[in-house]
Design a protein around this ligand. Sequence first.
Ligand SMILES: Cc1ncc(COP(=O)(O)O)c(C=O)c1O
Length: 454
Amino acid sequence: MNIPATGLERKQNILHPATSIIELERSGARKVKQAHGIYIQDGEGNQVIDGIAGLWCSNLGHGRKEIAYTMAQAAQELDYFHTFNGHTNQAQEILAERLIAMAPKGLSQVFFGCSGSDANDTLVKIAWQYQITRGKPQKRKIISRWQAYHGTSISTASLTGLKGFHKAFALPLDFVIHTDCPFYYANAQHEESELQYTERLLSNLRALIEKEGAENIAAFIGEPIMGAGGVVTPPEGYWQGVQKICRENDILLIADEVVSGFGRIGENFASDFYGIQPDMMTTAKGITAGTFPMSAAFIADHIYEVLTLASKELGGFSHGYTYSGHPIGAAVANTVLDVMQQECITENAAKTGSYLHASLNQALASHPHVGEIRGQGLLAAVQLMECANSKQFLDPTKKLAAKVSQACYERGLIIRPLPSVNSLALSPPLILNRNQVDRIVEIVVQGINSVFIE
Ligand SMILES: Cc1ncc(COP(=O)(O)O)c(C=O)c1O
């Protein structure tokens, strides 16, 4: 092969997710040594606030004794046995009942996996099996949105609407069609109201369905509130409109609640908050507060009915993972739900989240380089701008969000840069208190000023 050598001295033997290999070879990886409560300690002994809850997941804070105890107990009682061919364990049975009781109305069955990606992949396959069994095998396309993040497996990287996850792999696969990202601040036309903007997006969606043919479309997938693509909150009337169009066209609606589920936005699930009644829903991350790789994919009763029909013909539901319904993971998830109830975690996310948004707005709403503060509950983004007044967006090649994030780190806060939209994301543990919010906001302001003004 004629590939020129980079000439870089090799120090790394791990391929890190979503990381520049060259930059990592130059600068080395940042070691995380310990974590307690809302703090992590790095390899150099710095204690920093984990403002992103690991990766939108350490919802109960780090180092919870209840979880460590549960893991040890569960491992001694039943370390592992598979759940294929009708095997079960008590922890997953209890968990399934609790999850269905708290899930949005109509969702009646759950499938356990290990990651957000596999949960979304599972639901794509279920959407296909559902359509095939109903005698509509040509209904295969899935509508997703630009800026969406649904994972990085072959199918879910295709659903993801961030081009950085496509280019190197010649994705997306052709079963995916992308429609508009509902990002009002960035994409609304001059003097277009939120409702007018929503109407424009909905009419684009109708046009897309007409072009592709509803008879070829199996499902629409969306994060009720977008995460990695910019913490984009839906404009007024958006989800009601999308849901109506899906129903009219016999298209299943899948809510990806991998980030937004389990209290993150101050409600159990964002679908309830935004009035969405999904046919299917994925969750992961918060289900074990990030401490065990686990996902739960939910389906509505009418889909289960059809899968039951398919089972008559095909025998098994031919899908599953070695670690589906893992007894340790399920026990951990049960403990997470216990702690959430005992400590009113979701209520805290709602209250402290409102305080976080009010504080960010007070500190930054009139900042010359901040366009808007978005989000809900303990999920927030700060939109960085070249000039907020004239609504001039930043040149992404300047990588200023990453620079602000580094400046915040040096001041004691981890915050996540979202380079595709020049924003900073915050998704702290849901145990956060007001004093900690004050400290976070103080550091964010200092970080922004140190890059833009000083
Ligand atoms: C909304 C959403 N869906 C799916 C995923 C994929 O989850 P995982 O990385 O566990 O595969 C993520 C990951 O961040 C996500 O944010």
